[in-house]
Write a protein that binds this ligand. Structure first.
Ligand code: 0RQ
Length: 502
């Protein structure tokens, strides 16, 4: 990889991952690259975990505060958690060991809207950032950095950290150069200016990350793949959810509330989101664009087929097959994909201006339209809010989707009251399950309840939901959002005690 580091000052700092990890002090906040399994450092975190284990075995404390873009991979989150090396994690994770430790009260976790992270760090609200560990695809002779397969918060970590460790990954395609757009115009209030981005493909910044060479304490060479997990082929449930959404969008076009080529799409993570995109790829709409956070296989297929003409994101998260296709035709994709920092991919100002169609998965919704995206039975974290709040509140249309039941039908994903709220009734416009779609726009809570129960709930749970709602209407002290407080969370309570909601 010497050709990827043609800068003498950086060449002089090339060292092993172990040597680089030894430069990270105990108790430091460390900002690492990484977003949904892509662009994370692969060697230094594992070396750091090894060092932590050795020190812990000798009776010494060694933990760090770990900040990233979003979720990473086993060699970062997994390794550091297994070493019990993380005291505070932010802003989004999806690692089984991390999740277990958070839910066991062994790791602190602060779950932040992804668009907020960079500014909270700049405001000083998160404390000092000691070290940045950032994967790049290469370094230019003048010291600028060619970003990797995700951007996340890298710009902010490089700007704010006292010290920088770079991982130069030769397995990231050299053709990523030129795909990124890094806006260096953000300021802290009262000095902010409007963001000059008016279409998903606009380029308003620089292709390269800037970095003060004096802050770079180590350069580590790697040659490792991103996480690249495969997606499940769409099952009948996700195909039906996709079908309801496509039919609804067609009706909106017919009603004149959407143009024929729709508005820029945002699609969440996971298999359902991917299935909706596969559905759209076969669907009636053309000349689509996307302004999203993570570009998964579904969108790549839409770009390949020509359905999607331009996509903006902060990370690429592909299966091995999709990665192969992307790498083989990277010049084609560079014309059609722009990767931005997450403060831009998720920026409320831009989301509102472009008028996105936001489609995110959820854990459960209640009959009044409140949505839980993060917690199981009210207290255990699943992943985190991610970008769903950035998009839901500011989009033109905001969809939340889930199968109507979970755990083989023991759980209804439509409940009397959500056990945790991430998206309030004010941010949720359309709820979709395989049963159907509830369009909640302009509806009162009691009107919404009828739509959600009749269109979205599974038939096995509909009678019990109707019964709850009817009795709440008759007995609640207020008829605006009627609840029976002693019963509102009884479904969850029953599941915790018996393994079934009913
Ligand atoms: O648990 O794995 O133990 O079986 O929750 O559920 O159906 O596999 O769904 O993987 O699409 O994840 C909301 C978590 C959905 C995800 C969420 C159980 C279910 C299973 C996962 P098991 P599925 P998915 C932009 C958008 C927030 C971030 C976001 C997410 C597990 O989409 O993290 O939107 N979203 N970002 O069995 C109890 C219920 C349940 C339930 C499902 N009602 N009660 N358990 N499960 N419903 C992108 C980013 O921000 C990066």
């Amino acid at each position: 990889t010497a050709s990827r580091i043609p800068h003498p000052a950086y060449q002089a700092k090339i060292m092993s991952a172990d040597a680089a990890a030894a430069l990270i002090p105990a108790g430091a906040n460390v900002g690492m690259s990484g977003f949904t399994g892509s662009g994370h450092p692969k060697a230094v975190p594992q070396a750091l975990a090894k060092r932590m284990e050795t020190l812990h075995a000798a009776g010494e404390d060694f933990q760090i505060g770990l900040w990233t873009g979003a979720s990473t991979a086993p060699e970062l989150d997994g390794a550091l958690a297994q070493a019990h090396g993380v005291s505070m994690r932010l802003p989004y994770q999806s690692d089984p060991t991390v999740r277990k430790q958070i839910n066991a009260g062994q790791m602190q976790y602060t779950d932040i809207h992804l668009s907020h992270v960079a500014q909270l760090a700049w405001f000083g609200f998160l404390g000092p950032l000691k070290v940045a560990v950032v994967e790049v695809a290469g370094i230019l002779p003048d010291g600028r950095l060619i970003p990797s397969s995700s951007l996340g918060n890298n710009k902010t970590w490089l700007d704010l950290a006292d010290h920088i460790i770079l991982e130069v990954n030769s397995l990231q395609h050299a053709g990523l150069e030129g795909m990124h757009d890094i806006y260096y115009g953000t300021r802290i209030p009262p000095h902010r200016q409007p963001i000059p981005l008016v279409a998903p493909g606009d380029r308003i910044g620089d292709c390269y990350l800037h970095c003060d060479p004096a802050k770079v304490i180590a350069v580590v060479e790697t040659s490792e793949h991103d996480r690249n997990s495969p997606f499940s082929p769409p099952d009948e449930t996700s195909e039906r959810i996709a079908g309801h959404i496509i039919q609804f969008l067609q009706q909106e076009v017919q009603a004149g509330r959407l143009p024929e080529d729709l508005l820029p799409l945002q699609s969440g993570v996971g298999n359902i989101a991917n299935a909706v995109l596969i559905g759209l790829n076969k669907g009636p709409f053309n000349n689509l664009t996307a302004y999203t956070e993570v570009l998964q296989d579904g969108m790549l297929e839409m770009i390949q087929s020509g359905k999607l003409t331009m996509a903006s994101a902060t990370a690429l998260s592909f299966s091995p097959a999709a990665l192969e296709e992307f790498n083989a035709n990277i010049d084609f994709y560079r014309e059609r994909i722009v990767l931005r920092p997450q403060e831009m991919s998720n920026h409320p100002e831009v989301i509102r201006r472009l008028g996105l169609i936001a489609m995110n998965a959820m854990i459960e919704a209640d009959i009044y339209g409140n949505v839980n995206s993060t917690h199981i039975m009210g207290s255990s974290i699943m992943n985190g809010i991610g970008g769903s709040g950035d998009f839901a509140r500011n989009a033109y249309l905001s969809f939340f989707m889930t199968p109507s039941t979970a755990k083989d039908g023991a759980i209804s994903c439509i409940v009397p009251m959500v056990s945790h709220t991430d998206h309030t009734e004010h941010d949720v416009e359309i709820i979709v399950t395989e049963q159907g779609l509830a369009d909640l726009r302009g509806k009162s809570p009691t009107q919404r309840a009828q739509l959600v129960i009749e269109h979205c709930a599974h038939p096995d749970f509909r009678p019990a939901l109707r019964d709850y709602f009817d009795r709440a209407l008759q007995t609640a002290p207020g008829r605006h959002t009627p609840h029976i407080l002693s019963e509102a969370l009884s479904w969850h309570d029953r599941f915790v005690k018996t393994g079934r909601m009913l």
